[in-house]
Design a protein around this ligand. Structure first.
Ligand code: ATP
Ligand code: MG
Length: 137
């Protein structure tokens, strides 16, 4: 079984959508094996999104991610990385398929409700940024 890293972003926690989003994940066969609600620090957000630091939306993205609590999660399942990306839907909700989290709940390309690791290697790196091994059960 694979593990992937997930974030329920501030636009979703603000609208009390944690449970609704978790239901989509669980129906897709992803098991929530670790979960906590945290307020990301600016440093954590900048490190987490460092690959995007030259992009024009970087500042806005960091401000958004620290604007309210997020729920960080480890999801486990068969092909968890790809399955999670599939149920999240396209980055821009205008392009997201029916039934995906972003089609259902995202407000815009920036405030798009969820994050998911884009590879198994990145999943391992991202999980380690927020969880220690004994928190994942
Ligand atoms: P994530 O990494 O959050 O799972 P993603 O892999 O679909 O999403 P990326 O290209 O990695 O998308 O972008 C990371 C995040 O940056 C997006 O989820 C979104 O919140 C924000 N973002 C991406 N493109 C834009 C944009 N053009 N304008 C504003 N914000 C953007
Ligand atoms: Mg990404």
């Amino acid at each position: 079984l694979e593990r992937t890293f997930s974030i329920i972003k501030p636009d979703a926690t603000n609208r009390n959508l944690t449970g609704a989003i978790n239901a989509v994940f669980e129906k897709a066969g992803l098991r929530i094996v670790a979960q906590k609600r945290v307020r990301m620090t600016r440093e954590q957000a900048e490190t987490f999104y460092a690959v995007h630091k030259e992009r024009p939306f970087f500042g806005e993205l960091v401000e958004f991610m620290i604007s309210a609590p997020v729920v960080v999660q480890v999801l486990e399942g068969e092909n968890a990385v790809a399955k999670h990306r599939e149920v999240m839907g396209a980055t821009n909700p205008a392009n997201a398929a029916e039934g995906t989290v972003r089609k259902l709940y995202a407000l815009s390309v920036g405030e798009n409700s969820v994050h998911g690791s884009d590879s198994l290697d990145n999943a391992k790196i991202e999980i380690a940024q927020f969880f220690s091994g004994n928190e994942i059960v």
